[in-house]
Write a protein that binds this ligand. Structure first.
Ligand code: GLN
Length: 247
């Protein structure tokens, strides 16, 4: 089996170790004999995203979001086709924000998003940012998962029709949202850096399974061979204990 993955804007969208997500996907695929076929797609580079099983975009500062925006918008039709044809999208923070209606940068400039979903991101009126460790309880196709990460965003995302999960510690989509991220079965957007997947091996496997399902219809999480991840689990334990969240 093969997981054909596009890492978009790899050279500019990479905050707080987001590239660790790619390293984790690669390791967890290769440990199982699944070929991890990685392609980077930068600004101006030709790619048919609907040909990929998985597309990943990391987070970035306002400046980077602004610089990639014309390229992202030029791919709108192709991205819609990819989503429609079951390519799975994993989007972190700045990448997540740009799939909604708009992103208002810290200087109040409003960048139009792809507009696929009703959520939109405005700048915080309180002139501060949501920063710190975060723990959420996510619901992924009925599978409940506690996810840990680190968030640092000025953007306040509102009108999220399908949140990824409930905040147990930290902020999430906005200072007082109580909810975090977006997930509709095809696109998973989240504010969790840290990076996300090394700290949440169960989610890494969920993403691998979603990607593999594109060319192997019916493929599920349960079909993946189990892998031990003692180090990640120890790190998670520390955060659960510190914030008194039951594992
Ligand atoms: N620039 C965006 C914000 O501040 C996204 C930041 C990020 O990706 N961490 O909200």
């Amino acid at each position: 089996m093969r997981l054909k993955t596009a890492w978009m804007y790899h050279d500019i969208m990479d905050l707080y170790g987001d590239k660790g997500n790619i390293m984790t996907l690669k390791k967890r695929c290769e440990d199982r004999g699944i070929e991890f076929d990685l392609h980077t797609v930068g600004i101006g580079e030709n790619a048919d995203l609907s040909d990929f099983d998985l597309v990943f975009i990391g987070g970035g500062a306002d400046k980077e979001q602004e610089s990639l925006l014309p390229d992202l918008l030029s791919r709108k039709e192709n991205i819609a086709k990819a989503i429609d044809e079951n390519t799975f999208f994993l989007l972190i923070c700045g990448g997540y924000q740009l799939f909604g209606q708009h992103y208002e940068a810290a200087d109040h400039e409003k960048l139009p998003g792809l507009g696929f979903y009703s959520y939109r991101t405005d700048t915080g009126k309180q002139k501060t940012r949501c920063i710190g460790n975060i723990i959420i309880e996510a619901d992924l196709d009925g599978r409940k998962m506690k996810l840990v990460g680190f968030e640092n965003h000025g953007g306040q995302t509102v009108h999220v029709e399908k949140p990824l999960g409930r905040v147990l510690h930290g902020f999430g989509n906005s200072f007082d949202a109580g909810m975090e991220g977006f997930y509709d079965g095809h696109v998973l957007g989240t504010y969790l850096h840290g990076p996300l997947l090394p700290k949440n091996p169960e989610l890494a496997d969920f993403v691998i399974a979603k990607g593999l399902a594109k060319k192997n219809p019916g493929f599920q999480y349960e079909d993946l061979q189990e892998i031990e991840t003692p180090f990640a689990n120890e790190a998670r334990q520390v955060l659960f204990e510190r914030y008194k969240v039951e594992q």
